[in-house]
Design a protein around this ligand. Structure first.
Ligand SMILES: [Zn+2]
Length: 271
């Protein structure tokens, strides 16, 4: 396998009640919830970005209820995170949006007029549902979808994907059926014979996975849906000797940030 490497780009955090991410009896306990993107440098596909964080214009873009539910405490724009790598948004070749919630797709508008605005990869089942609802009746979309962040962006085109497939050498994408109608998971094969598995928001934190604790927030459909997806991720972890990265685990995201560029599985064992 040709060598690929990745690193996390930390993009800030919200803070809110813990139960929205992980089931708990204490309804006042709070949790830090990171936003991040993952930057991959791949020998054939170039610079791939998974997710884009929130909108830099969140004051205008967010409906008021979003900031009540998930108050933003820190925001790092994507371009600043890329500068620290000596890169600009123009250098990104491909964008993968794991799902269309505002905290993952909000930075996509930064790519208008850039090469990465073409064929943005999105999960087909979710895109089908959400784009239809955006036209049919946006008031029924659900509060984490903000249409102006993904619909009608000048020149942005989408490439919907489904099921599980090898997107490039060493990169497998799989569309999960939990959290929304579709969430893209990503498996990166690394040197040393293991993988990094990014679940996005089907599993929010370590507790979601290791304690099998589903969220109790508004974005949770059913216990079965959660357990099914948990079992799928467990099997992928076993089959690929993987390390699992969760959608909103603050400690894990910050620890991964300290590790810098990752190309070998030994760099992330134990995370
Ligand atoms: Zn999220």
């Amino acid at each position: 396998m040709k060598t690929q490497r990745f690193k996390i780009l930390y993009l800030g955090r919200s803070e809110h009640e813990k139960y929205k991410l992980v089931r708990t009896d204490d309804l006042t306990e709070s949790i830090k919830s990171p936003r991040f993107a993952v930057l991959i440098q791949h020998p054939d596909k170039g610079n791939i970005l998974i997710d884009t964080g929130d909108s830099r214009n969140m004051k205008e873009d967010h409906p008021a209820n979003i900031d009540k539910l998930y108050p933003t405490k820190e925001f790092i724009p994507l371009d600043r995170a890329l500068w620290s790598e000596d890169m600009r948004v123009d250098d990104i070749d491909q964008i993968i949006i794991t799902h269309l919630h505002y905290d993952h797709v909000g930075g996509l508008q930064e790519f208008i007029g850039k090469k990465a605005s073409k064929n943005v990869i999105v999960p087909e089942p979710e895109a089908r549902a959400v784009f239809f609802q955006t036209i049919a009746d946006p008031s029924n979309l659900g509060h984490a979808y903000i249409p102006k962040l993904f619909a009608g962006l000048d020149g942005v085109t989408y490439s919907p994907v489904k099921d599980m497939f090898e997107y490039a050498e060493g990169i497998t994408l799989f569309v999960q059926d939990a959290h929304t109608a579709g969430v893209i998971g990503v498996i990166l094969r690394l040197e040393g014979g293991g993988s990094a598995i990014f679940t996005s928001d089907t599993l929010y934190t370590r507790d979601s996975f290791y304690k099998a604790m589903p969220p109790a927030g508004e974005l949770f459909n059913s216990e079965d849906e959660f357990q099914n997806q948990l079992n799928i991720i467990k099997k992928i972890k076993d089959d690929t000797d993987g390390v699992v990265f969760f959608g909103h685990d603050f400690d894990q995201a910050k620890e991964l940030e300290t590790r810098g560029w990752i190309s070998d599985i030994s760099q992330i064992r134990g995370l």
